[in-house]
Ligand binder design. Structure first.
Ligand code: HEM
Length: 442
């Protein structure tokens, strides 16, 4: 029970100036959190200021980021009463934005926006035709038997799919142009300024095409996600101004392509390095996805494929900051009464490599998930609580389809060891761009 005399404090961490700590973190986020957890235990604190986003946000906070690496700590964070933490404030600082799309609002407005987005991304919508068509054309275009960068190719593929889902009623040339633009927002090839310019270009591209989109969709007799947001706005949801709809669409396009491309790249990298996993995948998938058209029911029974995606998400979460909350009222986690303005971090990278939670934690072993539904605080690549990733169902469905279809058509051979992770924009991708050789299986 909290009393007024209890001392508020944050867990241990380095004494170095905040700028040095941020430099350490930015150079290699995963190596930094691994080293900090070895040195300072759990939880630990890094002084990261506003992650370099000071000029972009005006959220008051302490600059102290408390990294949670144990299931019970996550439970305390994700189940804290709504009045005690703010996801919106923490996300604003993390992503350096003050916009009002779903990640950056709290309370009733947040609940309402999620309920508007949920139908499209719950995993219940049938996107098989969209995904199958994109996979067919991309797999056919990947060059065979010559060094190939798989990661950017997967970004192009997932960009095309999310563009079809969110803006599928744009005309064909616009959809192609948007899908080509998206990967420029997240790739180590580009400088930070180039990526920010690409963000603006995507927003502008969408905004220019919003007028008349609702009428166009009505004429076509089908909705895309942009249409459903415009419909909610027309039905009187005053929070959905044109600017907010544009930002929401941008955030869905951006998060939708980048996270799934990163995770798929890691899944393919690990698969190409393990003959055992390849054999098991092929035994499950065989040639069963070679006919066309494919139907949703045919993807119903893919336990090993699902376990492979889950294992990729365990070993390679997309970020060292897997879900963030700002403390709004002093909050107890373990022995610490954390002061308001502290930012809490779900650090899946450290947690999901803990030897007491996962046997052989650095090994890639989909078998560990076969027939098992892991505890939500032990396997949490999609965050948790009321802000659990909106795209979770869609992302899992898309990734299992892409992996299953690829396994039935091609084999990938590595051109080097499993690469280290490198920040490529906001998320962590394979440093060597997942270079490999693509071989046809037939
Ligand atoms: C491998 C795929 C993905 C991973 C690992 C992932 C991970 C995450 C994580 C860790 C969060 C933070 C949750 C929290 O704060 O508790 C999140 C939030 C979010 N994700 Fe995903 N995500 C993925 C795919 C997607 C896709 C495909 C979409 C949309 C098309 C999407 C849209 C969002 C949105 C809008 C939020 C903010 C939710 C909120 O604040 O209420 N994500 N995601």
């Amino acid at each position: 029970m909290r009393t007024t005399t209890e001392v508020q404090s944050v867990p241990p961490g380095p004494d170095a100036p905040a700028a040095d700590q941020l430099g350490w973190f930015e150079r290699n986020p995963f190596a930094c959190v691994e080293e900090a957890s070895r040195r300072y235990g759990t939880p630990f604190t890094l002084r990261l200021g506003s992650l370099g986003n000071e000029s972009l946000v005006d959220v008051e906070h302490r600059g102290e980021w408390v990294f949670l690496t144990r299931p019970e700590q996550l439970q305390a964070m994700y189940t804290a009463p709504a009045s005690m933490t703010s996801g919106a404030h923490a996300n604003q600082v993390f992503f350096g934005t003050m916009e009002e799309s779903v990640g950056y609002i709290d309370g009733r407005a947040h609940r309402r926006r999620r309920s508007q987005l949920h139908p499209a991304f719950s995993g219940n919508r049938d996107y098989v035709a969209i995904i199958a068509q994109a996979v067919d054309s991309h797999l056919a275009a990947w060059p065979r038997d010559t060094p190939f960068e798989l990661f950017p190719a997967l970004q192009e593929l997932t960009s095309e799919v999310i563009t079809e889902v969110v803006c599928g009623n744009f005309d064909a040339a616009d959809r192609r142009a948007l899908a080509r633009l998206l990967p420029r927002t997240e790739n180590a090839r580009f400088t930070g300024d180039e990526m920010l310019a690409a963000d603006d270009a995507v927003r502008e591209f969408v905004a220019e095409r919003m007028p008349g989109h609702l009428a166009r969709s009505e004429a076509l007799g089908r909705d895309d996600v942009l249409t459903s947001l415009l419909r909610h706005a027309a039905e009187g949801d005053g929070s959905l101004t044109d600017e907010v709809v544009r930002d929401e669409v941008f955030s869905l396009l951006y998060t939708g392509f980048s996270t799934t491309a990163n995770t798929l790249a890691w899944a393919f990298v690990e698969v190409m390095h393990s003959e055992r996993v390849q054999r098991a995948l092929r035994a499950e998938v065989g040639g069963r996805f070679r006919h066309r058209p494919l139907a949703r029911e045919e993807f119903g029974d893919l336990d090993y494929v699902d376990a492979t995606v889950m294992e990729a998400l365990r070993l390679h979460p997309v970020s060292a900051l897997n879900g963030v909350r700002m403390v709004s009222e002093p909050l107890r986690i373990d022995d610490y009464l954390l002061p308001s303005g502290t930012i809490l971090v779900h650090c899946a990278h450290v947690l999901q490599r803990s030897p007491d939670l996962y046997a052989d934690p650095l090994g890639f072993s989909p078998e560990r998930f076969l027939g098992k539904q892991p505890d939500q605080y032990v396997w949490g690549p999609f965050g948790g609580g009321t802000r659990t990733c909106v795209g979770r169902g869609y992302a899992l469905a898309e990734m299992r389809m892409i992996l299953a279809m690829a396994v039935s058509e091609i084999r990938l051979d590595p051109l080097g060891p499993v690469p280290r992770a490198r920040q490529q924009g906001i998320f962590m991708g394979p440093a060597d761009q997942a270079r490999c050789l693509v071989r046809s299986l037939r």
